[in-house]
Write a new protein. Structure first.
Length: 524
């Protein structure tokens, strides 16, 4: 059964809900009432939802991907506004500012630490679920994408118009472009074309005065900052203009798994030495995980070409992998999106339009960037951490290759600075299904121990991290009020030398620090 598109659902009910919401909000806090009055003065058609009204919880929970932030004790917004157009976003900004309310903007809701829908202080969520159109211009090789669209919607709409264009973003179709492009956006095409943020050519942004700016009117500094400087610091992006990239008619995807006793370590050792040096068309990602008591490594490959070409490349550079044609499947680029997202490649493409993901679990993640391959001793140490994890835990590590186009782009071209000095990026993950503080503590403690163990073997000064894999352990402030020195704790890890410029841009364009979150760019 096809799930109705949530945007349509929300639009249909909004008139009814405005009425419910207003009546409920009358008995709520004065600030909330004033905000609602202000919103209605701007336009009578702005949908919003107050707590204890129908659909408030449904909408709040609709895009939460991490069950850690779905508990009864998670702070909830005073109202959720779901704008239908840019003017509604402008009204939300103006009214939040006027009434001293913190605004959190949510696009796909995938923030690893829930920052788009939680806060320590009273707040409003502006959820862009209804602003998600994707307008592809094949002649120009570009598309305007509204910020509430998901990656799945972007990929689907591109493929609907053309089978020779694609876009280099992440692999999970429910991720929102609002947050994803704001922080970088890494996927299987990154070695060939760079990050999503490297391929943005214009944007529309609502600033702290409620004005709409495009690339020309915002100027190159602010346009620079919003492409990788992290969501939530500079304004509400309402739309991006992206440059489409050429993809061949046939790509090849393969998956090869080996357990430790089958020589998996030797393969990882070799992969580390070559993955970043391979032709840009060849992307091989590595996943380390535990299956019951056995340790398994999986090599997931995406190649921009045919199986024959892939086998030739791999047999030359990585013969130890033992890749056979029976491990490979040829398909179109859009089918490779399905395949990397765990859908059958021959299945219906419209699964990519389904925003609601049933598989949501508890998780915590951390990231690292690597300059030198790990030795076998280090690998053994990682496996020991996996062995030591409690039976109920599901420890995992992803090693994603760098090099290629990622290395050619200068460190300060956009705020994402992790470029030619790195050979790969590591994502450390703990997943779990059991509710409660005990399970949560056990998993998070384990992840922190693993991260501690990795310290000598990954980048130093700074120990680089990826903002899209947000990690509040790196430091955070209450209510986005960090000083420059406090914010450097995470800012330098995420942005290295670009942190300085981000602070300058922030101080110039949002001097009152209206757009803020627990890890936002500070004002000086
Ligand atoms: P969400 O709506 O939670 O926003 C994230 C942050 O951006 C928040 O601070 C929010 O306020 C801000 N924000 C959102 N919309 C904004 C807007 N319009 N204007 C300004 N600020 C805005 N990453 C990757 O690089 N490659 C990958 O393959 C994946 N895969 C992946 C899978 C899964 C299951 C998850 C949970 C996450 C990923 N990610 C990823 C990480 C992902 O890129 C990151 O979490 C993004 O910030 C998510 O963007 P959303 O819009 O979904 O999040």
């Amino acid at each position: 059964m096809e799930t109705p598109k949530s945007s349509t659902l929300f639009s249909q009910f909004y008139v009814l809900l405005v009425v419910f919401s207003i009546s409920c909000s009358a008995s709520s806090s004065p600030v909330q009432d004033n905000f609602v009055l202000c919103l209605n003065n701007q336009s009578s058609k702005i949908p919003f939802y107050a707590p204890n009204t129908p659909f408030y919880s449904t909408i709040l929970q609709s895009s939460i991907k991490n069950l850690r932030f779905l508990s009864s004790t998670t702070p909830k917004p005073q109202l959720i506004v779901t704008p239908l157009d840019d003017s509604h976003v402008q009204a939300s900004v103006i009214c939040c500012r006027k009434h001293g309310l913190q605004l959190k903007v949510r696009s796909g809701g995938h923030d690893y630490e829930g920052l788009s829908y939680t806060s320590d202080v009273p707040f409003i969520v502006v959820d862009l679920v209804n602003i998600g159109s994707v307008d592809v211009n094949v002649e120009e090789g570009s598309a305007w994408v509204q910020a509430g669209a998901t990656l799945g919607e972007v990929y689907y709409k591109i493929a609907e118009k053309s089978r020779t264009y694609g876009f280099p973003g992440g692999t999970c179709h429910t991720v929102g472009v609002g947050g994803h492009f704001s922080g970088g956006g890494y996927g299987t095409l990154a070695r060939k074309f760079g990050l999503a943020a490297d391929n943005i050519i214009d944007a529309r942004l609502v600033n702290a005065n409620g004005e709409i700016l495009d690339r020309k009117s915002m100027g190159e500094d602010l346009f620079w900052a919003i492409r990788g400087g992290g969501g939530g610091s500079f304004g509400v992006v309402v739309a991006w203009k992206i440059k489409l990239v050429p993809v061949p008619q046939t790509v090849t995807v393969s998956m090869v798994s080996r357990f430790l006793e089958q020589g998996a370590n030797a393969l990882v050792l070799k992969w580390q030495r070559i993955a970043h040096t391979l032709p840009k068309e060849l992307f091989i990602r590595v996943q380390l995980c535990r299956v019951d008591t056995r340790m398994r490594v999986t090599f997931q490959t995406m190649y921009l070409g045919t199986t024959d070409q892939l086998l030739k490349e791999v047999n030359q550079s990585f013969p130890e992998l033992g890749l056979r044609s029976s491990d490979c499947a040829e398909m179109s680029w859009i089918q490779s999106i399905l395949s990397f997202d765990d859908f059958p490649k021959d299945g219906a493409l419209d699964v990519l339009l389904n925003r609601t993901q049933t598989l949501t679990r508890f998780f915590k993640a951390k990231s690292d960037f690597v300059k030198e391959p790990f030795s076998e001793t280090v690998l053994r140490g990682i496996w020991k951490q996996f062995y030591d994890a409690d039976e109920a835990m599901q420890p995992m590590m992803f090693l994603s290759p760098y090099g290629g186009r990622l290395s050619e782009i200068g460190e300060s071209e956009i705020p994402f600075p992790h470029r030619k000095e790195y050979i790969n990026e590591v994502q450390h993950l703990a997943w779990w299904d059991k509710e409660g503080i005990e399970a949560s503590n056990k998993n998070i403690d384990w992840l922190r121990r693993l991260y501690g163990y990795m310290t000598p073997y990954v980048s130093q000064s700074p120990r680089a991290s990826y903002i899209n894999y947000r990690d509040l352990d790196l430091g955070h402030s209450s209510n986005g009020t960090a000083t420059y020195a406090q914010a450097s704790a995470w800012g330098v890890k995420y942005f290295n030398n670009n942190f300085e410029k981000l602070v300058q841009v922030k101080s110039k364009f949002d001097p009152d620090n209206f757009f803020r979150n627990e890890q936002s760019i500070p004002v000086v």
